[in-house]
Design a protein around this ligand. Structure first.
Ligand code: BTN
Length: 246
């Protein structure tokens, strides 16, 4: 059940998520396997975007996780598991990070890491999950509103060393996930939530508006207060506007 008991370290790959997906398709995988690549030439980001990296400078890795009877309705807790582990990893370096809903990791209003989760379903259950993490360590190739560890502590780090810490944090949090302690995961996630009670600019299908993030609900929706009214948004229903945040 340990995460990271097998680490596949590649020099270069299109995408560690794709590499992991191929292993899953071939049936050639075990829970907890990690794929790390020094370079990634077709890295995938959320919503079809690309994820850029610089050879040897940043962490690009994917974890193959086989949850035990996790319903698709509870998939948000996978996000909690990974986001919290990433925040804790950064804490080891003295970096205070927060989670921008749903799955971006931010420091000082800039993105330091992104998470891409791809699930293989069996009926209503998540049989296997591929959790990809891209963390800016020594450079910020995804330049828009980005920051890296080196910007914050003026030191160069080996992505592999950061991976080892991340693996330890995932193993710390995994029992909460495995034992269905979802309330603990959600409370911890909300304790790290980015932008709470700050007046920020958003957009929904009615146009742009200002609101204050309150929390994330147990079904993974973002609760925003807009002019004394509470609204709940799913992932594709709201866009953050960052120009209002400087
Ligand atoms: C995002 O858009 O914020 C998600 C970025 C996820 C990037 C990581 S890097 C390792 C893994 N392999 C990929 O192709 N993408 C994820």
């Amino acid at each position: 059940m340990l995460i990271g008991s097998k680490i596949i370290h590649l020099e270069s790959v299109d995408s560690t998520n794709n590499y992991a997906a191929n292993l899953v398709h071939q049936g050639d995988y075990a829970h907890g396997t990690v794929i790390l690549s020094d370079d990634q030439f077709l890295g995938k980001g959320q919503r079809g975007s690309e994820w850029l990296t610089k050879k040897g400078e940043n962490l690009t890795c994917s974890f193959i996780i086989c949850p035990d009877k996790l319903s698709v309705d509870d998939q948000f807790y996978l996000t909690c598991l990974v986001a919290l582990s990433t925040v804790d990893t950064l804490k080891d370096y003295g970096i205070d990070a927060s989670i921008k809903w749903p799955n971006d990791i931010y420091v000082k209003q800039k993105k330091i890491a992104g998470i891409l989760i791809e699930n293989f379903l069996q009926g209503n259950l998540i049989k296997t999950s591929i959790i990809g993490i891209g963390l800016n360590v020594n450079s910020c190739p995804n330049a828009f509103n980005a920051i890296c560890i080196q910007d914050l502590i003026s030191e160069t780090f080996k992505p592999f060393d950061i991976l080892i810490r991340l693996v330890a944090k995932l193993n710390n949090w995994y029992p909460k996930f495995y034992n269905n302690s979802f309330n603990v995961l959600l409370t911890s996630y909300n304790n790290c939530l980015f932008g709470v009670n700050q007046l920020l600019k958003f957009e929904d299908d009615q146009g742009t508006f200002q609101g204050k993030v309150q929390k994330v609900t147990c079904n993974g929706m973002l609760e925003v207060e807009v002019e004394n009214e509470i609204r709940n948004y799913g992932i594709k229903q709201i866009i953050w506007h960052f120009e209002s945040m400087t």
